[in-house]
Design a protein around this ligand. Structure first.
Ligand code: HEM
Length: 215
């Protein structure tokens, strides 16, 4: 077994990944407790959790291309955990906004969602990720059936561009697009790769289908 693959199937690989993925939240919580979030703690909390949601969303979408390109099939074991942590960071992002920006007032939050398009788009992105997080257990895969589960999980291809649009809209007010452009380029590459990959897979399957139809 090649070196990296041996590490990927090691029993400690998942716990190590878990620790790495929870680290941003732990660091943020420690900074909050130690009063080290800077002059605007609410903004620091919302921005940091927003950044990590987007990073982990991109990382979860990068697992399959990286698996296919390297041939390291064991990488597939980690996709679900990365996706769940993207959602968890998104949920904390929403919670920080609701509590520290809006004072936990539900009517104000709902009004703000409708009033500010970038908040609406962010909410849609997170809402689309919710069924993915809820159906991430093996039991849900069995209950839904592989085909329906895969179809449902394609919602991530809608959620991710909406998340980038949310970021773009937020930064548009400040005319600051450098970071947004990086995320947009990464996401476009990942989604573009997938379109090409699926097209090739369909093409590769076609002669076999035609052959089996003749039998
Ligand atoms: C998948 C869902 C989401 C992603 C990926 C996401 C990502 C982000 C990112 C990257 C930022 C900018 C951080 C920075 O400037 O460094 C941000 C800002 C923000 N997000 Fe989200 N977000 C999501 C959902 C939401 C939701 C559901 C809400 C509220 C209902 C929300 C409210 C905000 C607010 C208020 C800011 C701006 C904070 C400020 O002006 O300082 N986001 N988000």
């Amino acid at each position: 077994m090649p070196g990296p693959v041996r590490w990927l199937v090691h029993p400690a690989a998942k716990p190590i990944l878990f620790i790495l993925l929870i680290l941003p939240l732990v660091q943020l919580a420690l900074a909050a407790v130690g009063d080290r979030l800077g002059p605007n703690p609410a903004e620091a909390l919302i921005r940091s959790t927003g950044d990590w949601t987007l990073r982990l969303l991109c990382l979860s979408l990068a697992v399959t291309p990286f698996r296919v390109l390297t041939g390291w099939a064991a990488l597939a074991r980690f996709r679900r955990m990365v996706g769940l942590f993207a959602f968890a960071h998104g949920a904390v992002h929403l919670l920080c906004y609701a509590l520290f920006d809006m004072g936990g007032e539900l009517p104000d939050i709902l009004q703000d969602i409708v009033r500010r398009p970038f908040i609406l788009v962010g909410s849609l992105a997170l809402l689309l990720l919710l069924p993915l997080a809820l159906t991430s257990l093996d039991r849900a895969v069995r209950w839904l059936g592989g085909r329906r589960w895969r179809a449902l999980h394609r919602l991530v291809y809608l959620a991710a561009p909406l998340a980038v649009l949310h970021f773009f809209w937020m930064r548009a007010g400040k005319n600051d697009f450098a970071e947004v452009a990086v995320y947009a380029a990464v996401l476009a590459s990942l989604l573009g790769w997938r379109i090409v990959w699926h097209a090739r897979q369909r093409q590769a399957a076609r002669p076999a289908d035609a052959g089996s139809a003749r039998v």
